[in-house]
Design a protein around this ligand. Structure first.
Ligand SMILES: Nc1nc2c(c(=O)[nH]1)N[C@@H](CN(C=O)c1ccc(C(=O)N[C@@H](CCC(=O)O)C(=O)O)cc1)CN2
Length: 303
């Protein structure tokens, strides 16, 4: 079996960001408006700090108005809610994103539900979840990681995913469930597998498309992958890597990449696969939200 095609998420994300930069420039030219993104970080989680910095930089590179709010870990829930309310009412801000996870004393769901659905560029508000689940993807704001995963699938397999057997491993609100809704709308036959699924290897062996989002390092083994299947690895796990030096870590996905590459037809690497797409799709959602709030029609969808 020849080795799989490695899906270059970094390059595809760059092409999406370029398209958004061009579209934002046209918006500025015709309306004098820039899409405005506000990212809220509560606490000092080092990975979240990196993601928020990258989102802010990506927004600036696309020509957006970008604002970063960094709040201490002890910030009260009431203060976070007050900031969200302020951003809801700010006409310069079209997209609001609260970086997850939030510190334990803050009710995540309460915060996410307060964001105006029209500004919910993460697609986590129940209104956007409902639209996506009801099959009205094009009216919703779609969560960035699943949307990015679908772009990678379409750039790899072409636009027609219809009839393919897809297995999504993981049932989170952020990735697993919206990913399954997106694939269902593409007319895939979708199975959602999770920690209680029986005979997981055999369930995965039946899939033409595997989306792994369990958060367990290299759990999906190479011989579970049907020959020629397309594998999208959403996992980002840091594991100890003594070979790199004492106390060093390396990043791995949820799929045992070195094994799976000999079975799959195409596979995303970690890093450099789905991760960069998450940020690119945030730019897509922010531009979409801005156009809708400005009363302009949607543009050609990118997925
Ligand atoms: N409000 C949100 N919070 C979180 C989300 C989200 O979509 N919205 N997703 C994740 C984290 N995340 C974005 O916030 C994210 C994760 C990873 C990457 C990425 O580019 N990863 C790189 C590797 C980077 C590294 O070295 O750590 C890659 O895979 O190549 C971007 C964004 C949880 N929180």
């Amino acid at each position: 079996m020849p080795q799989a095609q490695i899906i270059d998420g970094k390059a595809i994300a760059e092409s999406v960001r370029q398209e958004i930069t061009n579209r934002a420039a046209k918006l500025l030219e015709t309306s004098g408006k820039r899409p405005g993104l506000a990212v809220v970080l509560v606490g000092e989680d080092p990975a979240s700090q990196v993601y928020v910095r990258n989102k802010d930089r990506a927004a600036e590179a696309c020509g957006f108005h970008s604002v970063k709010h960094t709040l201490g870990a002890e910030t009260s829930e009431a203060d976070v809610l007050a900031l969200v309310e302020q951003l809801n009412n700010d006409p310069e801000i079209h997209g609001i994103l609260v970086q997850l996870p939030l510190p334990g004393h803050i009710d995540e769901s309460k915060v996410l539900r307060l964001i105006r659905p029209e500004k919910d560029v993460d697609g986590f508000h129940p209104v956007n979840v409902g639209l996506l689940t009801a099959g009205e993807r094009d009216s919703a704001l779609v969560p960035c990681t699943p949307a990015g995963s679908l772009v990678l699938l379409k750039r790899t397999l072409g636009d027609t995913l219809s009839g393919k057997n897809a297995v999504v491993i993981g049932r989170s609100n952020i990735v697993g469930k919206p990913m399954a809704s997106l694939l269902l709308q593409e007319s895939c036959t979708v199975t959602i597998a999770h920690s209680r699924t029986r005979d997981l290897p055999d369930v995965v062996r039946a899939a033409d498309i595997v989306v792994a989002a369990v958060g367990r390092p290299e759990m999906i083994k190479g011989d579970w992958i049907k020959p020629g299947a397309t594998v999208i690895d959403v996992g980002i796990n840091r594991i100890p890597a003594p070979e790199l030096g004492e106390g060093k870590n390396r990043l791995v996905g949820d799929v045992a990449f070195n094994e799976a590459v000999d079975h799959a037809g195409a596979i995303t690497p970690v890093p450099g696969g789905v991760g960069p797409m998450t940020i690119a799709m945030l730019m897509v959602n922010t531009l979409t939200a801005a156009r809708r709030l400005l009363g302009l029609p949607d543009e050609e969808p990118l997925f």
